[in-house]
Design a protein around this ligand. Structure first.
Ligand code: SAM
Length: 282
């Protein structure tokens, strides 16, 4: 069964009475080069467990099952379950989990499904409406995962992988940089999907660090400061922090001045060290 063939996919879906849901970010991959390249980038072996978010019709799942020891794929849309039994019925190293990835206890799921694996990766063509929340959950929950290879909208990918202190940086960039080493692996044009979305995509890789790169006394406070600094992008970082954290402007200015940080700097130009120092001094 060729899941990259437009007419085959159309036939399977119409046999199951399936219509695409825009709200669930359903754009299925039909470019035959993309899924094998994503699966290969994991350098997986029989000891690798892969968690997939949103298998859809199973096109990426199939490739993951051929390279990894065990695959667990979480799909929210129940209408796809009978489709997946038809397209992926042959794999005995696959488990489809019906549910919402944002509501599942991922730590429990990973520990249970990948108990015999020595490496765990997350690989997915992420539904665009939950890109940041899924990535933030995967990073912040300190899950036992080694790397994340996901396809996201191009603009989101550029923000996630931007260097901290650069124009494209946002609060999410700081979080990614705090927990992982990131890179854009390759671009995927909009014509690679069925139906075709309005924007292009990129596949990114986040390698989670085992050892912390930064020494921070209070992580929660750091991320509050980061969120506040980036929340009013047209304002200076000091104004934004003062307005959103309710700290008098004089006090924030004094902290910036003590740390030798330019008073009118915008959040995207602050380095990781600046942000850590500000959060510790405030
Ligand atoms: N992996 C398939 C592919 O590449 O062709 C489908 C990718 S499609 C962009 C996103 C998939 O995520 C859809 O199957 C959609 O139903 C599913 N999905 C959407 N929201 C979800 C959620 N909260 N939890 C799990 N799956 C979700």
């Amino acid at each position: 069964m060729d899941l990259y063939d437009y007419n085959t996919v159309k036939k399977i879906l119409s046999r199951h009475g399936f219509t695409f849901s825009k709200a669930l970010g359903q754009n299925f991959l039909i470019n035959p080069d993309v899924c094998p390249a994503m699966a290969a980038s994991l350098n997986a072996d029989s000891q690798t467990g892969v968690l997939e978010v949103g298998p859809g019709i199973g096109v990426l799942t199939k490739e993951l099952c051929t390279v990894a020891g065990k695959v667990a794929a979480v799909e929210l849309d129940k209408r796809l379950l009978p489709v997946l039994s038809e397209t992926l019925g042959d794999f005995d190293n696959l488990e489809i989990i019906s549910g919402d990835v944002m509501k599942l206890n991922l730590k429990e799921l990973i520990n249970e499904k990948f108990a015999h694996c020595n490496r765990v990766a997350v690989c997915a063509n992420l539904p665009y409406y939950i890109t940041s929340p899924v990535i933030m959950t995967l990073l912040e929950s300190r899950l036992p995962i080694d790397e994340i290879v996901v396809m996201v909208q191009k603009e989101a990918g550029e923000r996630l992988c931007a260097p901290v202190g650069s124009r494209d940086a946002g609060a999410v960039t700081v979080a990614v940089n705090y927990y992982a080493d990131s890179e854009i692996l390759f671009e995927v044009g909009r014509e690679s999907f069925m139906p075709s979305p309005k924007v292009d995509s990129v596949v990114i890789r986040l390698k989670l660090r085992r050892e912390a790169k930064y020494q921070v006394e209070n992580e929660k406070k750091l991320f509050t400061v980061v969120k506040c600094a980036f929340s009013q992008r047209r304002k200076t970082a000091a104004n934004s922090i003062s307005n959103t954290m309710g700290i008098p402007k004089d006090k924030v200015n004094a902290v910036f001045s003590d740390l030798g940080i330019e008073p009118n700097i915008r959040a995207e130009r602050l380095t990781m060290e600046d942000l850590i120092n500000i959060s510790q001094a405030l």
